[in-house]
Design a protein around this ligand. Structure first.
Ligand code: NAD
Length: 299
């Protein structure tokens, strides 16, 4: 069992860190939010007074932070200066590929081994230990990191070298944003054409319109398995986070010279939804905006 520093105990980290403690690891947790830290302590983690304190004597450092600026700050100012060089560093936050490569290079320069290991699955999967980890880093680092990630995971997949985990994550979420928007459009059109939503679901979920957005995360209340649509689009995966991921994909596409028109369109739709106050709603709530767009004057 390992001594693990866990930094960032929000919606995701707050579920992940206790799963490491439950697996028998000694988890020294830190978050700027006292409430978040207290919740982790109640669930088997030990409180650290600071990120630096958490890193002292750590064998593994795991971070789950909002965005690249937090990741760069925490590693440069707290982890590199306080963790033992033998510690394996694992960043699970979703950040841009360029920043992931930069911080991995800086880690190597400082004598550390690092993995980027963003996740798919959301808050329920973080709680339930059923996240999918997409991991970037050397073969050797991946083999060291795999047993640490497993208690939090249903799948741990080696995507390639440093930055490859983040590349996989944003490409996956670009598909998700585009298919959710397309699924919402199709349900709205089907309703306007007089089709019953349940009937359309029964057909499309078994036909070529099928996707995860249709079958597992249907945006129409009362149709398909229970989803955030059945809870007024509360909880789930916030539209603001989907927009963040689509912006990361757009920037990566620009830098790589890739043509991603569907990703661009999805980004514009989610930007409009967030601008209209939908940022905290589940991302499937965009169906309301798509439905209303014909009657509500455009911006
Ligand atoms: P969150 O905002 O709920 O949690 C982030 C936590 O980091 C907060 O508790 C915050 O206080 C803490 N933090 C920020 N700066 C810190 C610092 N310097 N030191 C210590 N703690 C600090 O975010 P989240 O929903 O848990 O998401 C975390 C990451 O996971 C993001 O990159 C997000 O894109 C990604 N992600 C989220 C979901 C989801 O459904 N929420 C799903 C997949 C991936």
């Amino acid at each position: 069992m390992a001594r693990i520093a866990f930094i960032g105990l929000g919606h995701m980290g707050g579920g992940m860190a206790p799963n490491l403690a439950k697996a028998g690891h000694e988890v020294r947790a830190f978050d700027l939010s006292e409430d978040a830290l207290n919740r982790a302590i109640e669930r088997g983690c030990t409180a650290a007074g600071s990120a630096a304190d958490a890193c002292k004597d750590a064998e593994v450092v795991v971070t789950m932070l909002p965005a690249a600026k937090h990741v760069l700050d925490v590693y440069r100012n707290h982890v590199f200066t306080n963790a033992p060089k033998s510690a394996l560093l694992i960043d699970c936050s979703t950040i841009d590929v360029g920043s992931a490569k930069t911080i991995s290079d800086e880690a190597a320069f400082a004598g550390f081994t690092m993995l980027d290991a963003p996740v798919s699955g959301g808050i329920a999967a973080a709680e339930g230990g059923s996240l999918t980890f997409m991991v970037g880093g050397s073969d050797e680092a991946f083999e060291r990191g795999r047993p640490i990630l497993e208690p939090m995971a249903k799948a741990v997949i080696h995507a390639g070298q440093a930055g490859a985990g983040q590349a996989a994550k944003i490409c996956n979420n670009m598909i998700l944003g585009a298919t959710m928007a397309a699924t919402c459009e199709a349900f709205v059109l089907a309703q306007k054409l007089g089709l019953d939503s349940q009937t359309f679901f029964d057909i499309s979920s078994k036909a070529s319109g099928q996707s995860w957005s249709m079958t597992s995360y249907c945006p129409v209340p009362g149709v398909g398995p229970e989803t955030p649509a059945d809870r007024g689009y509360e909880g789930g995966f916030a539209a603001a986070l989907m927009l963040k991921d689509l912006k990361l994909a757009a920037e990566a596409a620009r830098q790589a010279g890739a043509y991603t028109p569907m990703g661009t369109e999805a980004e514009e739709l989610y930007q409009r939804f967030v601008d209209r106050g939908g940022g905290d709603k589940d991302f499937s709530g965009i169906i309301k905006m798509i439905d209303d767009s014909w009657v509500v004057p455009q911006d």
